[in-house]
Design a protein around this ligand. Sequence first.
Ligand code: NAD
Length: 473
Amino acid sequence: MEHIDKIYIDGAFVTPHGEEWFELFNPATEAVIGKVRLADAEDARRAIAAARRAFASFSLTSKEERIALLERMHDAVAAREDELFEAIVDEYGAPTSRARWMAKYAAGTIAEAAKVLRAYDFTRRAGTAEVVMQALGVAGLITPWNSNGGFICGKLAAAIAAGCTAVIKPSEMSAIQTRIVTEALHEAGLPAGVFNIVTGRGETVGAEISAHPDVAKISFTGSTAVGKTILRTGAETLKRVTLELGGKSPMLILDDADFAEAVPLALQAGFMNSGQACIAGTRILVPQSRVAEFEDRVRDEIVRMPAGDPRDPLTQIGPMVSRKQWERVQRYIRIGIDEGARLIAGGEGRPDNAQRGWFVKPTVFSDVRNDMTIAREEIFGPVLSIIAYRDTEEALAIANDTSYGLQAYVVSADAARARSVAARIDAGRVLVNTLAHEPAAPFGGFKQSGIGREHGTFGLEAFMEPKSLLGVN
Ligand code: NAD
């Protein structure tokens, strides 16, 4: 049983001013596994004040000093990989293969930031001027529960590489991951106040960070609805924002695709992270003439993707993070049925092997039209829609007919053709015949999937402002 009663401000673990206790659950068993004492707005203000004090000297550190800090942070977080892995499985039921990837990702993202910083030149010429990239100030970093450790590390590493100090508001639902990462970062020995971690509710701590005049920048990952609230709140002080929001990504299967490869790839992309992934390929676009063949293969393949105990190595799909999320996914399955989509796998209720835990049957609908609710709204569970198209033009029109634009997938036997299709999709990332991640490439959304980019040079520059110096040479 975890008992987390400290937050981290100004280089020290301190008792929060906030007095609310929040329960942590294991979603695979529904058992309470811990309690966390939440920070409040007063704690957020103390953390912001500490970060502001630290910024005065931290913004003057050299690139080499910050690279050395990032290396220490990396080593400290990497040393906690196994502990983080256990927390990820217990705290939100990620299947072990996914949890291992995420536990490594947390340290990996710090190593990536160090690599980007090593290669980055903070000055450049523009005509007669010298342009200097300058750290923005105090950054507010707000993370979701579905990859909390990774997002804390990735956002903080980019902020530090730029020379910013940070106040981090992690998801209150992932406090065990936060505790482990905080301890590791403390051991890395960063100067006091450079990073502060205040686990609390979004409406209090998150809102305070979004409104506070001493916060220059918000980097937020979470839902589109909350992203809009942060943008509105931050507008008062014209905060710079990076918003990584929701998605309804198309998986565009071209008519020449080999279904022996395309179907497993589509299901993996859709059921990634138990369907609780912003980049999940949830709208599967299949040529009309081959829909029956695709459905048959889905029925065969889906039995190899069971939902169940996340610690069983055969499990591909773990539970939903909370009862609320389970109920929300059930509601979408009912809406799909009511709106006339045809179930070809899964459906309402728990899988037969799971009487307890917030498990959902891996569910695939066919005969879905792109104007149905299940094709338009982010479900955030293992529920996929097959949408038939007549020709490539119609496929592209359907792919782009969404308010989102985070990621898209194209599957084809012809790489050149796939590339030309990819060029016409409005999404921040398009993956052609692959599910691989590229940490050096920018990541972020078109349209209501967000504003700005993370990772690589774009992610670093999101924490800086260009300043032009004229007459200096
Ligand atoms: P959420 O939006 O409910 O919460 C995200 C964070 O925002 C939490 O820390 C929460 O406490 C905080 N928050 C809530 N209200 C706030 C407010 N008024 N002001 C400031 N902060 C507030 O999202 P979630 O349920 O934790 O995560 C799932 C969502 O995140 C999905 O929509 C998913 O698509 C999205 N997501 C996006 C990406 C991406 O990179 N684009 C990655 C992962 C998840």
